[in-house]
Design a protein around this ligand. Sequence first.
Ligand code: GDP
Ligand code: MG
Length: 674
Amino acid sequence: MPKKGHMGTPKQAYATDGGKGDVAAGSTVTASAIASSYDDQIRPLLDAVDRLRHLKVTQEGIQLPTIVVVGDQSSGKSSVLESLAGISLPRGQGICTRVPLVMRLQDDPSADSPKLQLEYSNGRVVTTTEADVADAINAATAEIAGSGKGISDAPITLVVRKRGVPDLTLVDLPGITRVPVHGQPEDIYDQVAKIIKEYIAPKESIILNVLSATVDFPTCESIRMSQQVDRSGERTLAVVTKVDKNPEGLLEKVTMDDVNIGLGYVCVRNRIGDETYDQARVEEERLFKYHPLLSKIDKDMVGIPVLANRLMQIQSTIIAKCLPDIVKQINDRLSRSSAELDQMPQDLNNVADAVRVFFHIVKQVCNSLEKLLVRGDFAEYPDAREFHGTARIADMLSGYAKELPAQCPINRNEPFLMEEVRILEETKGINLPNFLPRTAFLVLLKKKVQIIDVIPQELANKVWDYVEDLVMKVLLKHSENFPQMQSPCRRAVQTLMDKARLRSAHHVKELIAMELVADYTANPDYMKTWTEIMEGYEMFMEAVEDKSKPTRITLKGFGEVDVSHLRVYADFAGKAFDLRARLTAYWKSIVLRQVDGLALHVLLSVKLLVEKDLEEELGNELLSNKLAGVEKMLAPSPGTGTKRERLKKSIVLLRQSKEVVANIMDRISAAGDI
Ligand code: GDP
Ligand code: MG
């Protein structure tokens, strides 16, 4: 029998004593050519993946093509692995496999006797023998998962170098059990299910579902679980064990395929009792050849040698398929980790270092803030609306302009012009009757302005609350690597904001006070509006003075009004009308001045803040007191240290992995036919 195969027809790995009648290899190709092709192409691929597994690239979130053995408890998983490897594994009642067992089978023609090695718990390597391997695995399991019945997801790797074994890497997982047996933890099902899911969920995993012929397949928990992650079954292969125990109806079960097994079924008979492996293979072959029911099953679907070859074929296909993506993932992660490490702050060794870093951070903060609050450049935070300072302040200002009454506020409950009449009565002086007293206007103006004077103050508060929040966020972001400097920075920002609030309050007060000091505007709109309103003056006076005229009239600027109550105040009516006309026209100028004045003040203050005051205040807080603030930055921050270590480790691992795959990719492209 030829010993090796090529890519399409994998090496005929399993040499049985019976030897005859199992899957035919490419008999037309010379054995040595096939052997070299296998050694040249498949072996290095397997080695590369195994080395990656050994390097633990999965810790970096890179999934490796893996054959995962799942099955209900006592379905025969360990027995199948034993049959493939030809060695004894812990077998027995209840849950024996309590941690994932990565089994690496390597054909070693030079090995006179099997060479076994156990690797676990971060690099522990134990050499063992065929006779002791079961005990060694049990001891390692106890070390990882305790001596009770607990389970763990930390794997043990068993390397088996032996003549004639198939080159395969498989992972044996704890069996699924619904009901905890004596001594097992209550949540054993959930624990096992979690480990299994972790291994079978990645699309790079091939699921080897071990089913006992003695059970109804659709009721198997392992079927239910693999269907959750592989509905179509395209990466599931079924192995049916214990065919000797229940041969009835097996042919129907595997041909009907009620449970959607995409990669097909292989029926096997494992070693029973004290049989040797070789005897077991002979018995298996005899069983499938002569048993009245089992012999009817297609020869492509029976026996451990067929299983071994199917698995090798599947394995090389999936490795070849996944490798380019793995290369890409390694490169992506490597550049991401390197970039992240580059961005980490350097170690600070002395105060000079710290001062330099401090100024750098301040510069970055002021830069960012200048973009956000002055220039309106949001490239740094394209999607975070709350960071778009200029736009948010503009929103606040336009809200403010809307909040200020566009018309001069009047008391709607009072009859037309009565407010003006009362003020005129009180301010009448000893002067000509047609003289409009200026004090009357100023008294009225003051009353109106006082109605609105809280609004600009509220706006100023709102703006500074927002700016404070934004400055803090930007500052925290740029100083995240130095948490020690954040509390003095916070203090500096607060001091600064208190000052800014005070300055604005002062400015707002002044704006209001200015309105009261004099009635003045150069705005031509004032005269225009006043003249327009005054066009109704004559009509108004007529309605007041001529008792034959209707008292309801419509006036430009005031709408429909009733003037009947003014007839008794005929002396003041004209002046009251003029007063209202002036105030109405003047109000527009007041609102404009308030909005513009405050808007420009806010913009200027914000600009000064980011261009000058912030830097100064941060400097005061951190550099004063003999640089006490920046000195704090020298204290190592535990978070940063751990992160740096993690990144460095990850980079080393990824570089090694990259080398592994680079070698293999070179060989593949040199061979040119994968
Ligand atoms: P696991 O819990 O899935 O790992 O199952 P084991 O491999 O420990 O097997 C459970 C029991 O079934 C053991 O006693 C095995 O000897 C037995 N067994 C496994 N495969 C076969 C088989 O093909 N035929 C028979 N008769 N017994 C088997
Ligand atoms: Mg087992």
